[in-house]
Design a protein around this ligand. Structure first.
Ligand code: FES
Ligand code: FES
Length: 159
């Protein structure tokens, strides 16, 4: 039997209703069905962070998350931040200013993790230490930059 489950959710501010297979992964809903290709498929094993999106503001690996679990929730993908058509988010600006983007494959996920962590810190009125910023980026692999520029960009979000 291949029954579909109806889910209602918001993605990048737009409310949607979809019927999905119980086994559908969130990354496949986002990329294949909603055609939002900024979310990247890397390892598909929860190791690289390339597929990171925000669910109710929390950074999650969409390759390890069932689409049915977004019922009633709000998803943000990289397309929900700045694009060519709308102003860049502060995290995106800092990534550019600090030269923290090379091939860009890891960038969507890293930007969204930085955003999630900085929103949490701001809500607590806290400026994290460099070590805390580094720790918040655990779970993201980048083959190109050597990480220092990414950490510098993430720290600059608080200045
Ligand atoms: S693609 Fe999801 S963690 Fe690597
Ligand atoms: S910029 Fe290429 S993997 Fe990070």
């Amino acid at each position: 039997m291949n029954s579909l489950i109806e889910i209602t959710f918001t993605i990048n501010g737009e409310k949607m209703v979809r019927k999905v297979k119980p086994s559908l992964l969130l990354i496949n809903l986002i990329r294949d069905e909603l055609k939002l290709k900024g979310t990247k498929p890397g390892c598909l094993e929860g190791e690289c962070g390339a597929c990171t999106v925000l669910v109710d503001g929390i950074a999650i690996n969409s390759c390890m998350y069932l689409a049915v679990n977004v019922e009633g929730k709000s998803i943000t993908t990289i397309e929900g931040l700045g694009t060519l058509e709308k102003p860049l988010n502060k995290v995106q600006e800092k990534m550019l200013e600090h030269g923290a983007v090379q091939c860009g494959f890891c960038t969507s996920g890293i930007v969204l993790s930085i955003k999630s962590f900085s929103d949490k810190c701001k809500a607590q009125g806290k400026v994290p230490t460099r070590n805390e910023v580094k720790k918040s980026l655990e779970g993201h692999l980048c083959r190109c930059t050597g990480y220092v520029k990414i950490i510098n960009a993430a720290e600059a979000v608080y200045k």
